[in-house]
Design a protein around this ligand. Structure first.
Ligand SMILES: Nc1ncnc2c1ncn2[C@@H]1O[C@H](COP(=O)(O)OP(=O)(O)OP(=O)(O)O)[C@@H](O)[C@H]1O
Ligand SMILES: [Mg+2]
Length: 254
């Protein structure tokens, strides 16, 4: 069996993504065109490189989802596919808790890495579009399942990465967004309010002035607090991304 790699995934300077930390869940907020999907492509590739399991929801049905799907990564786009995928992940999570985490072998700080298990990482692009695309009932079911993963996923290695162009408590319950302790905000056209609800502070208090743009913005993590952030950039004119993914998937299946 291949051994997953639990080392931190470097993002920018002292900002890391750790699948085994309290801040494993990521919330990425950025207006259209600010680089959400590009950053998710990087994160998805890193999940595969570290030999964890990757699941994708592409709420806007773009080439992003299509590329990952074409190399064999499970990808959901329609409301029923999304609900199926979320249900599957919740079930797997419950199974892992029941089978692996029991009082005999589990302490306060035990997590899935202690059992050499892979993380199951769900990358969910454009959560609000996905919620809007379903009926009221489907919307409620997606929220209910996502809430389970957000609240209970961490120890068992069920990690979520969510993106949206805005966050309002009316669209996405606080119980979900509050579990995302890695917060990223990118883009030039970010209102004071969006900045505040995403990161907690105020744009006007930034000592150097606001520096958000395409692929740039700010991060908040428990370790770093608020810090300037630049997303890793992949130049797709030089990198054949599909080929890269194929190699990673192939390696994981060896
Ligand atoms: N980190 C980056 N550095 C430089 N350019 C970038 C970066 N990220 C994205 N871009 C450029 O910006 C364009 C838009 O990026 P992307 O599609 O990721 O944005 P998005 O937030 O997902 O937008 P949308 O709302 O359209 O889904 C990309 O085609 C790319 O050329
Ligand atoms: Mg996008």
């Amino acid at each position: 069996m291949i051994e997953p790699d639990y080392n931190d995934i470097p993002l920018y300077n002292n900002v890391f993504w750790s699948l085994i930390s309290e801040s494993c869940h990521i919330l990425l907020i950025a207006p259209s065109g600010a680089g959400k999907t590009m950053l998710l492509s990087f994160l998805g590739a890193m999940v595969l490189k570290r030999k964890h399991k990757l699941y994708l929801i592409d709420g806007k049905q773009t080439s992003f989802g299509a590329t990952f799907r074409s190399v064999g990564i499970q990808t959901a786009t329609t409301p029923s596919e999304i609900i199926n995928m979320l249900s599957y992940l919740v079930k797997e999570m419950e199974k892992r808790y029941a089978e692996v985490f029991n009082s005999e072998n589990t302490g306060l700080n035990t997590n899935f890495s202690d059992f050499s298990l892979p993380a199951h990482v769900l990358i969910f692009d454009e959560v609000l579009s996905a919620l809007d695309s379903g009926s009221k009932q489907e919307n409620a079911e997606m929220v209910r399942l996502l809430k389970q993963l957000a609240l209970k996923g961490r120890m068992a290695g069920f990690v979520i990465v969510l993106t949206a162009q805005r966050i309002l408590a009316t669209d996405l319950p606080k119980s979900i967004t509050e579990q995302c302790q890695t917060r990223l905000l990118m883009g030039a056209n970010v209102s004071e309010e969006l900045y505040h609800v995403t990161l907690g502070g105020y744009k006007k208090d930034l000592a150097t002035g606001y520096r958000g743009g395409v692929g740039t913005g700010y991060a908040v993590t428990p370790k770093t607090g608020l810090t300037y952030f630049e997303a890793p950039y992949m130049d797709f004119s030089k990198i054949n991304f599909k080929e890269l993914l194929e190699k990673l998937v192939h390696k994981n299946n060896e």
